[in-house]
Ligand binder design. Structure first.
Ligand code: CP
Length: 317
């Protein structure tokens, strides 16, 4: 594809290609090779209308390590704060002749809409509650590095499914790679339509975490999602305390999990609410891959930029 808007635009072979290229980018990430000239003369704009630490900085680092010129623009510092529309903003940036637009926006579908307005390649860095495709790619990459190929592995995703673009992208990529996926959430944080989707894409649903963690199926990877308080205008239910008791990776739950499954790995896309969905013991446990996920973000985003800007599709911008 010309853009990376959704995992649904990819297939297992394309995901494999992106992850394999990310592996090759590790030499640069290890700083054995300081910089590669692959994207010299290319300009990448990071246009972020929502806050970010990991995604924005790793896209900037990825571009710089491939010798692209990278520029960051945030919503607050742009002319959207003077009333300029999203369409005028992105067409203005596009008119300067940029090659790629990495975009985060609070509206689901925003990146898709923008892709229809600009000549640049568009990369979705998170659109509302819809998708966060590069997060899913780096999650698959990180898990594979530790537990091997994901085909037949059991990945359990727990948390605020209603607001999670990370969950939506991950279910698609994990199923394409052949993983068995179970998603767990309180009924109040399960989006409408999820039952029909689970039947179409073949993943399991549960409202009860402990039987999944102790069940005969075992757990190869446990992905805890952030409770997105900023997207819950009327407060949230269950309460924080109830959530932690029922769905948090607390210290006792971690101890039981590791005793049953010593090789389990724990992921969280970040930023974490320590003490709410994940305890400090779990976040910092030997089984935690959370900082490996952050590191993988650079290699995976290098791979995405490479394939869009320098690969077979790269001349099209
Ligand atoms: N996981 C993730 O998207 O983190 P940031 O919001 O810090 O980019």
């Amino acid at each position: 594809p010309r853009h990376l808007l959704s995992i649904a635009d990819l297939d297992a072979d394309l995901i494999r290609t992106l992850l394999d290229t990310a592996t090759q980018m590790q030499d640069v990430q290890r700083r054995e090779v300081k910089k590669i000239p692959t994207l010299r003369g290319r300009t990448v704009i990071n246009l972020f209308f929502e806050d970010s630490t990991r995604t924005r900085s790793s896209f900037e680092i990825a571009g710089k390590w491939m010798s692209a010129d990278t520029i960051n623009i945030t919503g607050k510092g742009s002319s959207t704060s003077k009333g300029e529309s999203l369409r005028d903003t992105v067409m203005t940036i596009d008119a300067m002749g940029v090659d790629a637009l990495v975009m985060r926006h609070s509206a689901s579908g925003a990146a898709h809409q923008v892709a229809g307005w600009v000549d640049a390649h568009v990369i979705n860095a998170g659109d509302g509650t819809h998708e966060h495709p590069t997060q899913a790619l780096l999650d698959a990459y990180t898990m594979e590095q530790r537990i091997g190929g994901l085909a037949g592995k059991h990945v359990v995703i727990v948390g605020d499914l209603t607001h999670s673009r990370v969950f939506r992208s991950n279910v698609l990529s994990l199923r394409m790679l052949g993983a068995d996926v179970t998603v767990v959430a309180p009924v109040t944080l399960m989006p409408s339509g999820i039952r029909a989707w689970s039947e179409t894409d073949g993943f399991a649903l549960s409202n009860d975490l402990d039987p999944i963690l102790t069940g005969d199926r075992g757990v190869d990877a446990l992905m805890m999602l952030r409770v997105q308080k900023e997207r819950m205008s009327g407060g949230y239910f269950p309460t924080a305390r109830e959530y932690t008791v029922g769905y948090g990776l607390t210290r006792p739950r971690l101890q039981r999990l590791v005793a049953d499954h010593p090789d389990v790995v724990i992921c969280h896309p970040g930023p974490m609410n320590r003490g709410l969905e994940i305890s400090a013991d779990a976040a910092d446990a030997a089984q935690s891959l959370i900082l490996d996920q952050v590191a993988a973000g650079v290699a995976v985003r290098m791979s995405v930029l490479y394939h869009l800007l320098a690969g077979a599709e790269g001349g099209a911008a």
